[in-house]
Ligand binder design. Structure first.
Ligand SMILES: [Fe+2]
Ligand SMILES: [Fe+2]
Length: 390
């Protein structure tokens, strides 16, 4: 067994023991000590240890921990909103215990009994794929979740996405696991109070545009995909595609991206390059990213073949691309940009409607408008508080 696996096992053990014994109890102290010393063991190897939890997988740094393939705790942590665990610096024993306590609090809030396998199953049902629609066939309607953590500002997601953009800049490929973790976490925020809300970010500064816009397009795309009855896995794949659709913009100089006036031909050419750059950078990833790459390539192509990149022959773009295209334009027009004010939602919706059949897929626009109109009261605008730069 590798050290990170030792640590995670000791970490899970400590959480389990902590539910049984009060503070100060020798068993509890021992369990926390054991986990803490395992943590020091991996921390002493250099780099900051980081873990990403997916439903059925745990990743340490970039390495999948195969030994933990059927480790129950990954699921539990994801359900409690813990998708990523990163130790940025050395922590003290006290800090570590405080951290365990907080994780435990989150696990308790999502009413997980850490001792019962049976409870674990019912948890899987209650939260399903983090509560996405279509996971409730078991009959048991999900109880409203009382998770303080859901009242988020999406600051963490924005932070992770900013980090992801930097990674793309420096290594030229997309850290896909983190993109998936962001999507999962957005999905938790969307389903936080057992109905769908679309928690959209409000832009505070222009240079945050790409981050804010990407998160919003991911949320809108998942909302629309759900309303069309897509399965949770497809919904998440569309979420990742929405999140990454503009990733090709990272190479565009900020002055061009935020230029208030008319663009020169050269600047226009730079902008028009982002779908191709985005698809390229996504294809560098070693995961199955076909859909995200296609969406990045096609999201500015209109239904009638107009837009960019120019099509060599007139073909239909994929459903995911047509879907993200609608959400992309909706969010872009709803946001204040250096060259124009934000449009009110109704004006944007009429714009979409007017251009159905030429720019947009009529069915998708119809479904999008219904989703937003029905859910108007549910669209919460949250501010991206921790954001300081893009
Ligand atoms: Fe774009
Ligand atoms: Fe966009």
């Amino acid at each position: 067994m590798s050290d990170p696996v030792h640590f995670l096992n000791a970490f899970a053990q400590a959480l389990g023991v902590m539910t049984l014994y009060p503070e100060g109890h020798p068993s509890r102290e021992r369990a926390v000590d054991a986990a803490f010393s395992e943590l020091n063991g991996i921390a002493s190897r250099g780099a900051h240890p980081s873990f990403t939890f997916l439903d059925d997988e745990v990743v340490f740094g970039r390495e999948r921990l195969r030994e933990l393939k059927s480790w129950d705790w990954g699921k539990r942590l994801v359900a409690a909103g813990v998708q990523r665990l990163e130790f940025e610096r050395e922590v003290t024993r006290d800090e570590f215990e405080g951290f365990l306590q907080e994780i435990l609090g989150r696990l308790m809030l999502s009413s997980i009994d850490t001792s019962e396998a049976r409870q674990m199953r019912s948890l899987g049902i209650r939260f399903g794929a983090v509560g996405l629609q279509g996971q409730e066939e078991t009959g048991a309607a999900p109880a409203p979740l009382e998770m303080a953590a859901l009242d988020v500002t999406l600051g963490e997601e924005a932070e992770t996405f900013r980090w992801l953009q930097n990674e793309v800049q420096s290594r030229g490929s997309v850290p896909l696991l983190e993109a998936e973790a962001v999507v999962r976490s957005l999905s938790v925020a969307m389903h936080g109070d057992s109905r769908i809300v679309l928690p959209l970010l409000k832009l505070k500064e222009f240079d945050q545009y790409t981050t804010t816009h990407s998160l919003n397009v991911a949320v809108l795309s998942m909302g629309l995909a759900e309303s069309l009855g897509c399965r949770p896995k497809e919904v998440r794949a569309i979420g990742v595609a929405g999140l990454l659709h503009d990733i090709g913009k990272i190479r565009i100089p900020l002055e061009v991206l935020t230029k208030p006036g008319k663009l020169s031909d050269e600047e226009r050419a730079i902008i028009n390059q982002h779908p191709l750059d985005g698809a390229r950078v996504i294809m560098q990833s070693d995961e199955d990213v076909g859909m995200a790459a296609t969406v990045a390539y096609e999201h500015h192509i209109m239904l009638n073949g107009g837009g960019y990149p120019a099509l060599h022959y007139n073909r239909e773009c994929t459903m995911a691309s047509r879907l993200v295209h609608v959400c992309d334009v909706y969010d872009a027009l709803s946001t204040t940009r250096p060259y124009r004010e934000a449009w009110p939602s109704e004006k944007v919706l009429s714009y979409l409607e007017e251009r159905t059949g030429t720019e947009f897929d009529p069915e998708l626009v119809g479904a999008f408008i219904r989703t937003l109109r029905q859910g108007q009261a549910r669209v919460r605008v949250l501010s991206d508080e921790s954001a300081t730069s893009s």
